[in-house]
Write a protein that binds this ligand. Structure first.
Ligand code: ADP
Ligand code: MG
Length: 242
């Protein structure tokens, strides 16, 4: 079975039909970029994948666990699925190290020393070991986002979901965050990224999923899909962003 298995998922906000029968399979180690216009349902799909949002029909199975918004399930799921957001969502009153140690301490019951080791280890991965004792406000946006990635990695997720994580950054800080993602991909991490970074999607990603009006409109190998879009909707989207 694939690591992520999505079958006929529908989601409504009141009368608004936001996801209209999503089918998607993602294998361990794949890097999948989700692209599409604003409002096409990309964030909603990601939020459904980690139990932040309830879906109304269909099934999502991640790492052999059916995703639900049940509090206990969401905790269990946090051991399989990590998520990083556009706004870094670090706790401002905690140091970088404390931000990272929190979930391993509370959810995985790690000792303080174990959690500390783990935090230093994941900070190494994002190149910020020296920021362990700093407060988020003293870091650049790019550094804060890398800490947010490190915080997710500390839970050893099987898959990392990233929702436009470079969109709020100054252009000169985007590259460092993408480099971290590229390294994670090279290390075999399964990544699902909602992104507007088309070069990254083409060069680092394995596959691109183009969403349009709540559906997977087109999907395929990254380079092929961008070079040879089949639908007028994807053609005009590519025309607008490239
Ligand atoms: P994308 O991430 O592709 O821009 P979203 O998943 O955020 O799209 O939104 C899809 C649609 O659902 C949009 O029409 C949006 O306005 C609507 N929507 C998103 N979140 C909510 C919400 N919490 N309540 C009502 N409508 C929402
Ligand atoms: Mg979005």
């Amino acid at each position: 079975m694939s690591l992520v298995n999505i079958r006929d998922v529908h989601k409504f906000y009141g009368d608004l039909h936001v996801l209209k029968g999503i089918d998607l399979d993602i294998q361990a180690g794949e890097v999948v970029s989700i692209i599409g216009r604003s409002g096409s349902g990309k964030s909603t799909l990601l939020r459904c994948m980690n139990g932040l949002e309830q879906y109304d029909q269909g099934t999502i199975i991640v790492d052999n666990k059916e995703v639900s918004t049940d509090e206990f399930q969401v905790r269990k799921l946090s051991e399989s699925v990590g998520m990083v957001f556009q706004s870094f969502n670090l706790f401002p009153h905690l140091t970088v190290g404390e931000n990272i140690m929190l979930a391993p301490r509370i959810i995985k019951h790690r000792s303080k020393e174990e959690a500390r080791e783990l935090a230093l280890d994941v900070l190494d991965k994002v190149g910020l070991r020296d920021k362990f004792g700093q407060y988020p406000e003293n870091l650049s946006g790019g550094q804060q986002q890398r800490v947010a990635i490190a915080r997710s990695l500390a839970m050893s997720p099987k898959v990392l979901l990233c929702d436009e994580i470079t969109s709020a950054l100054d252009p000169e800080l985007v590259g460092d965050v993408l480099k971290v993602l590229e390294q994670l991909a090279a290390d075999g991490m399964t990544l699902i990224l909602v992104t507007h970074e088309m070069n990254f999607a083409r060069d680092v990603g394995d596959r691109i999923v183009f969403m349009h009006q709540g559906k997977v409109w087109e999907s395929g190998p990254a380079k092929e899909l961008l070079a040879n879009p089949q639908t007028t909707e994807l053609q005009s989207f590519i025309g607008a962003v490239l």
